[in-house]
Structures are given as structure tokens and as C-alpha cells.
Design a binder for this molecule. Structure first.
Ligand code: PLP
Length: 398
């Protein structure tokens, strides 16, 4: 894998990644990369992170076997990695804590973040409070309106939420605004929420989310004495998926599957979904090269998913690479399929998943019946669904 490591060191995953940004930003990113490399080489940094993950986040998160759903499907065994049980209710906190420790090391007093569904904004507001830093969160105006509970959480934690009114008023515009704010305020630290953006962010976010995969791998080996046959995660920007995949990269017997949002259905074309790897093409967005959903003029296309955290017209560059070399496969499920899976997990297992995570689950429920009784399918349950109840209740006729 030495060839791959070298590519990562230069900020590339095959032909994807890199940093296509103005010089002022490029030098800030250069500095960030050096701090990151220095930090993770130090025992004291890794120990401080480890302790926070244990005593503040509540890690390791549980690995739950879903016996009822497995029995109903009549095939393989379904296990869930329970990131929904983390403090603040999703995997985002793993990355927010890690990057906040980098900010502290750099002597920064202010965190800037973008957010879509508000989960990353909430995680950033949380770590800012913990570490005594200021926090400004950029959020599309449409998202501010439809994610009121998370906006309230950010405010009560002391963060300032800035509504971005440009374009579609969602995550893409929030990232634009946050990048712009960072260029204008180099004293701040830009705490990016997914495995996207210019180098070195995708590598930094993968590192801080790799705890998902390493815990899942160790726990399934301890309990079952074997690796899973397939690991599955939903893909928005791709951070929870790359965190899970990172531990199984060198296990060719483990199938790795990323699940994208097909929204109303891929057949309805641009604007109806956010399945970037399934329906997009290579291009540049937000300063890095990856698969992009673009309109006829080459601009990022409008996107849709019932799951606000999956609503992004780009995807992490490492996923683009893993797709091209065939190490991971990427599929998509519709809003309706995700909603049905959401409901089945609630009723059969007593677990309310985030709508994002319900996408991974929907795929799992399709393939489980085809698997043999002793085969294991491991799904990353990236977050809990409390934030989605207002959306889901009317759709389920409740
Ligand atoms: C943000 C979010 C996602 C999507 O982000 P990734 O970077 O693709 O992991 C998925 N699930 C939940 C619960 C989220 O909050």
C-alpha cells in the first residue's frame, strides 16, 4: 500500500482530491496539514483524544445484533454499529472533537463550521463550549427553517448561527460561505464536517472517524471470531462510510458498500436525488476533484433527499477512488425505501434511526434475505432519528 500512502500524502486519492483553492487558502491548508501530521505522531495528542472519546462521547459505541429483523428477513445476521448512542446523537462528534484539539494546538479561539441538517453544527457548538472557544455556524436559510430543533441546540450551546440566503439555501451554499469566512478570518479554525473539501481535510476527517471501523472490527472479531461478510454505510459527504471502511480496506473478503440517496428516483434526473457516485461525473467542487452532480452549465446541480444530511452534490474524493478501483461498491435507495426501513427498525428493534442511516439499513434489508444464515452484514447506524420525527410522522400517516 506504499504507493497509496504516497498519493495520500500529496492530498490525492488516485486522480481525486487535491486542493484547487486561492493561494491565501492554500497556505492555511498547508499549515493545517503540518499541524495534523505532527499531532497524530504524538502519544499525548492521541491519549487526550482517546480520553475524550471515552469519557465525553461515551465510546466505544455498542455493536447490536438485530435478531428480530434478521429473523424476519430469513437470511443473514444483521449487526448495527451504534453511532446513534454517541453524545449529540451521531458520528459527527468524533471528528469535531479531533479537529477542535487541532485548533487548540494552533492557539485558535474561534471555530467556523458549515452545517446542513445541523448535526455537524451541533457537534461543533458542543466542542466549542467544552473547550472555551467561540463558534460561528453557516447554514442555508432553507435548512435553518426546516431544522429548527438543531438550530435551537446550537444557540443554547452559545454558537452564532448565520443563515445563508444564496442559491438553494442548503449545504452547498453553507460550505461556500464558510470557506469565504475562513479566508477572511485566518485567525479562526475551519472545522469541516465531512470527508470532503480541499486537502488535507478528507484525510483528517477519515483519521478522526476511523474509530468507527476499528471498534467495529475488534468487537465482531471478539464476539464472532470472524470478520463480517459485508459492511454498509450511507454516503453523504462520506465521513461515516470512510470511517467504517478504513478498518476493512485490506480485507478483500469483506464487501464494502456505500449507499447514496436516490431521492424520488434516479429516473427523474437532476434535482430529484443526491446520488453523486451513481449518477455524477468527475469534476471540481469546493476546491477538490471528485464525482459531482452538475447542471448543463457545469455548475453544481440542485439535489434532493428526504435525509437532509445526504443532500450534497459532491462526495469525498476517496470514495471516488474506491469506486473506480472497484474496492467499494456504491448503490442508491429512494426516499420511500429509506422511510420503510426507518419504520421497520423502530417497530422490530426499538431503535429510531436517523433518516440518513435508514438508507444504509434499506439496502441491508434488501440483501439480507439472499444471504446464508451464518453470514454477517454490519451496518453503521450513523445517528439517531429524533431530529427527523417532524418529517417522518406525516409521511407514515401518524
Ligand atoms: C451528517 C450525517 C450523515 C452524512 O454525512 P457523512 O459525512 O456522509 O457521514 C449521515 N448520517 C448522519 C446521522 C449525519 O448526521
Amino acid at each position: 500500500m506504499s504507493g497509496k500512502k504516497e498519493q495520500v500524502e500529496h492530498g490525492y486519492f488516485g486522480a481525486y482530491g487535491g486542493k484547487f483553492v486561492p493561494d491565501a487558502l492554500a497556505s492555511l491548508l498547508e499549515g493545517l496539514g503540518q499541524v495534523f501530521t505532527g499531532a497524530i505522531a504524538e502519544d499525548s495528542f492521541r491519549e487526550e483524544l482517546q480520553e475524550l472519546l471515552k469519557d465525553y462521547v461515551g465510546r466505544p459505541s455498542a455493536l447490536t445484533e438485530c435478531r428480530n429483523l434478521s429473523e424476519e428477513c430469513g437470511g443473514g445476521r444483521l449487526f448495527l454499529k451504534r453511532e446513534d448512542l454517541n453524545h449529540t446523537g451521531a458520528h459527527k462528534i468524533n471528528n469535531a472533537l479531533g479537529q477542535a484539539l487541532l485548533a487548540k494546538r494552533m492557539g485558535k479561539k474561534r471555530l467556523i463550521a458549515e452545517t446542513g441538517a445541523g448535526m455537524h453544527g451541533t457537534a461543533t457548538a458542543t466542542v466549542a463550549a467544552l473547550m472555551g472557544m467561540e463558534c460561528v455556524v453557516y447554514m442555508g436559510a432553507v435548512d435553518v427553517a426546516r431544522q429548527a430543533p438543531n438550530v435551537a441546540r446550537m444557540r443554547v450551546l452559545g454558537a452564532r448561527v448565520v443563515a445563508v440566503h444564496d442559491g438553494q439555501g442548503t449545504l452547498k451554499e453553507a460550505v461556500d460561505a464558510a470557506l469565504q469566512a475562513f479566508i477572511q478570518d485566518p485567525e479562526a479554525f475551519y472545522l469541516l464536517g465531512s470527508a470532503v473539501g480541499p486537502a488535507p481535510y478528507p484525510e483528517i476527517v477519515r483519521y478522526f472517524q476511523s474509530v468507527i471501523g476499528s471498534e467495529a472490527r475488534a468487537e465482531i472479531l471478539r464476539r464472532e471470531g470472524r470478520l463480517p461478510d459485508e459492511v454498509v454505510a450511507c454516503v453523504g459527504g462520506g465521513s461515516n462510510a470512510i470511517g467504517l471502511f478504513s478498518a476493512f480496506m485490506d480485507d478483500p473478503g469483506v464487501v464494502m458498500t456505500g449507499v447514496e440517496p436516490a431521492g424520488k428516483g434516479l429516473q427523474f434526473g437532476l434535482g430529484a436525488h443526491a446520488a453523486t457516485l451513481s449518477a455524477g461525473a468527475p469534476g471540481i467542487i469546493h476546491g477538490f476533484r471528485t464525482y459531482v452532480l452538475s447542471d448543463a452549465d457545469g455548475n453544481p446541480a440542485p439535489v434532493h433527499s428526504v435525509a437532509p444530511g445526504l443532500d450534497y452534490p459532491g462526495v469525498g474524493p476517496e470514495h471516488a477512488y474506491l469506486k473506480d478501483i472497484g474496492r467499494a461498491q456504491y448503490v442508491s435507495v429512494t426516499d420511500a425505501e429509506a422511510l420503510a426501513a426507518f419504520s421497520r427498525l423502530c417497530r422490530k428493534e426499538g431503535i429510531i434511526p436517523a433518516l440518513e442511516s435508514a438508507h444504509a439499513l434499506a439496502y441491508a434489508l434488501k440483501v439480507l434475505p439472499e444471504m446464508k444464515k451464518d453470514q454477517i452484514l454490519l451496518v453503521n447506524l450513523s445517528g439517531r432519528g429524533d431530529k427527523d420525527l417532524e418529517t417522518v410522522l406525516p409521511m407514515l400517516g401518524l
